[in-house]
Design a protein around this ligand. Structure first.
Ligand code: SF4
Ligand code: SF4
Length: 393
């Protein structure tokens, strides 16, 4: 869930406009060396019942079974831990979150459906460097997937967070389902003036093997790709017009790789520098695949951060011609290909390849803006740390 270029404090970016190699130094921090991110699943319970999720997870236990001391002992062996609170809906266990934040060394982030954000006291909010709010675009799209009234409640609460003077990064985190209009959804959320960044990922539900498949997926995927093309064009137009890089996370992360020419690993970091601590203390490579054997790699009672086994993506990603840019997209999907419909992996990859090729096409314009000083190369050094954005939709 982050741009995994290197652990260096600065990156050398090769800008090769007009065939002339030009080295530019981008100062500004990348992720610090050895930063590991842990999703802390505070509860598997959720107050919503979203169409693509279904209200948390049924597998026991739902609530945390380890002590704060056990968590602290595990994290004490990590020089720079990043904790992201996750669920279910983590704010259903706000008191536990507060206890962890106040009693643990590290940097903190929250991934929430936003419906209880107004109840987080400002002092606790200020300790969160990033807040990711799940919201899917316009009111009609969000409420169709997440329940009536959810959009208004989440947006009102994000506004309330802003009114407290919160200065951290607020990210709108969309799940994109068949039928959504990617251009409309992203520009709507950016235009609301509440979010610093917008990120999305395609819903798994479109690709799983299922008896019930919604018709028209191929047509929608074509429309999605066309929407991505329009969005890339809009993104670069806006940079040229305003000198500001609109906060579209996938575009920023991929463009950073294209500018620097550096290879990316699996960008969410799952099974590498990103793990999820389950309520019973077991540790999963990915917070979504906690019920899958490949994913459960240890426990905070038996492992240290350093001894956690690494899990890597395999074929077809490792032979893919854009592996160094995509990084393999999703460990869960890569390791669970038997659960996908025939041809679904290729469908997903088709969208990734389209996105990358559109950004490659836009690169000369972006490079000219950086070379001309209209935008700063540093604007692509996002996120500073693994903040829960997977970069590749
Ligand atoms: S485009 Fe597809 S096959 Fe290629 S690296 Fe990404 S997920 Fe893997
Ligand atoms: S679901 Fe996929 S992309 Fe998201 S964290 Fe897990 S492995 Fe990474």
């Amino acid at each position: 869930m982050s741009s995994r270029v290197s652990a260096a404090q600065a990156v050398s970016v090769r800008l090769t406009g007009n065939g002339e190699g030009v080295q530019k130094r981008l100062s500004g921090p990348l992720r610090r060396p050895q930063s590991m991110q842990y999703f802390v699943i505070l509860t598997k319970e959720c107050n919503l019942f979203c169409a693509y999720c279904g209200g948390g997870s049924d597998t026991p236990p739902k609530e945390i079974q380890y002590s704060l001391e056990e968590l602290q002992s595990f994290l004490s062996k990590d020089p720079d831990p990043i904790l992201e609170f996750y669920g279910g809906e983590p704010l259903l266990r706000m008191a536990v979150m507060k206890k962890i934040v106040n009693g643990t060394r590290g940097r903190f982030a929250l991934q929430t459906n936003g419906t209880f954000l107004d109840r987080v006291e400002p002092r606790l909010l200020r300790k969160l460097q990033t807040i990711l709010v799940s919201i899917d675009g316009t009111e009609s799209v969000t409420d169709r997937e997440r329940g009536k009234g959810v959009y208004q409640r989440a947006m009102r609460n994000v506004a309330a967070v802003r009114e407290t003077g919160y200065r951290g990064d607020v990210v709108a985190r969309m799940t994109v389902v068949q039928g959504s209009d990617i251009f409309e959804s992203v520009t709507h959320l950016l235009g609301a003036g509440l979010f610093d960044h917008v990120h999305w990922q395609l819903s798994f539900s479109m690709f799983w093997r299922s008896d019930v498949t919604e018709p028209g997926l191929q047509e929608w995927l074509s429309r999605y790709n066309a929407g991505v093309s329009s969005l890339v064009a809009w993104w670069v137009d806006e940079m040229e017009r305003t000198g500001v890089v609109p906060g579209i996370v996938p575009f920023i992360g991929i463009t950073r790789s294209l500018l620097s020419g550096t290879k990316a690993g699996l960008r969410c970091g799952s099974g590498d520098d990103f793990y999820a601590i389950m309520p019973d203390g077991r540790i999963s490579a990915c917070p979504v695949s906690v019920d899958f054997d490949f994913s459960v790699v240890g426990s905070l009672r038996t492992h240290t951060p350093e001894s956690l086994p690494k899990v890597k993506v395999g074929e077809p990603c490792t032979s893919c011609d854009i592996f160094g840019i995509c990084g393999g997209r999703c460990l869960f999907v890569n390791q669970s290909q038997g659960l996908l419909r025939d041809g679904a992996y290729a469908e997903i990859c088709g969208t990734v390849k389209h996105l990358v090729s559109e950004l490659q096409r836009a690169l000369p314009r972006v490079r000219a803006l950086v070379d001309g000083g209209r935008i700063r190369g540093d604007d692509f050094l996002y996120p500073e740390f693994n903040n829960g954005c997977e970069i590749i939709p």
